[in-house]
Design a protein around this ligand. Structure first.
Ligand code: HOC
Length: 356
């Protein structure tokens, strides 16, 4: 069988391979999945304003993210239970991201523990944190992430309740008993049965967090904190005022509040409000190197991809993830050359316009 040519072909192939309920858990969103669709459509609604007669014989994509060098401006997003896609799960992603020179963000809800993942490669990684109702558990997770060499905490703030994921309800989605909630099992393992994951999140995630909670987190860690799930300039400014190092413009891939603004539409006001006081990243619907270029033009320092690396993992494990990362890197370089942007620092809002 031929190697998929692009990220969409990886999704088609993965859909054929995965059990329906697993495919739906990954692919699905909340409610009518309006935001899932609009995330992709919003990038597609942007057009380039390319420049010509620019020397693009060499295009440079290397940069830094929170001071860490990366080969190109991309991170893998925190996705739960990578072993649903492939037995090597998060370990394969750790190896592929390290080889590609990009950052892995490991989910609190990973199927491999943060210590196992840290041992899998020498790459840079962030730990995604869902604050637990039990602050002792949250503190223990942070201490473990620090001890294991994680470079930042990525605090997800858009799950005070789980979104209305009707595909999971229809499928009575369950995580197979062979797959562990590896980071949390020392404290409280995932229960068994249908929708146990939804029940776990409902019962254990702390829905009482406020901006003041950031002060507590900052008091117990030396790691930089990146807040993931911001969609307005108002919240971006509050995040800066509360000392975050980075902001991920994210709507959780359309999996939480349906009908929220797409990330491509939210990004410009956030980048304008933050004015370089924190790094700004964006996820949601990134499927092409051209999407990465558009995100950078709108003010992002880097993008995160979620579903595409899960599809690649399902299709061919570590090799699939490595191929997707290489493909996006090459595609970004091609887009930069064709748009007349040989350096990342050249890319500004003048390179894009919106049709809609
Ligand atoms: C059912 C919700 O981020 C996701 C993950 C895990 C969120 C908590 C579980 O599924 O979006």
């Amino acid at each position: 069988m031929s190697i998929p040519l692009n990220l969409r072909e990886y999704e088609q192939r993965a859909r054929e391979l995965l059990p329906q309920a697993t495919y739906d858990y990954y692919a699905g969103g909340a409610g009518d999945e309006i935001t899932v669709r609009e995330n992709e459509q919003a990038w597609a609604g942007l057009r380039f304003r390319p420049r010509v007669f620019v020397d693009v014989s060499s295009c440079e994509t290397a940069t830094t993210i929170l001071g860490q060098p990366v080969a190109f401006p991309l991170l893998t997003a925190p996705c739960a239970f990578n072993q649903l896609a492939h037995p090597d799960g998060e370990l394969a992603v750790a190896r592929a991201t390290a080889a590609a020179g990009v950052i892995q963000t490991l989910s609190t809800m990973a199927s491999r523990s943060l210590e196992e993942v840290a041992g899998a490669s020498a790459g840079t990684r962030w730990f995604q944190l869902y604050c637990q109702r039990d602050r002792g558990v949250t503190k223990a997770l942070i201490e473990r992430a620090e001890a294991a060499g994680f470079a930042a905490l990525c605090l997800t703030v858009d799950v005070p309740a789980t979104g209305n994921r009707e595909r999971d309800f229809r499928n009575n989605f369950q995580v197979p008993p062979s797959i562990r909630l590896a980071n949390l099992e020392p404290y409280l393992p995932l229960g068994s049965g249908e929708l146990a994951l939804h029940h776990y999140a409902r019962d254990q995630f702390d829905a009482s967090l406020t901006w003041e909670s950031l002060a507590w987190l900052r008091s117990i860690t030396r790691l930089p904190i990146v807040v993931k799930g911001v969609l307005t300039a108002e919240d971006a400014l509050l995040a800066v005022q509360h000392g975050v190092a980075g902001i991920v413009v994210s709507n959780h891939g359309g999996r939480q509040l349906d009908s929220v603004v797409s990330t491509a539409d939210a990004l410009p006001e956030i980048a304008a409000a933050v004015q370089g006081q924190a790094e700004v990243y964006v996820d949601g619907g990134i499927r092409r190197g051209t999407d990465i270029l558009k995100a950078l033009a709108l003010g992002a320092r880097a993008v995160l991809i979620g579903r595409p690396y899960l599809w690649a993992l399902a299709v061919s494990g570590e090799a699939g993830v490595a191929h997707v990362l290489q493909h996006l890197h090459d595609d970004l370089k091609l887009a930069m050359a064709l748009a007349g942007c040989p350096k990342l620092s050249d890319i500004g809002s003048g390179f894009v316009c919106r049709l809609r």
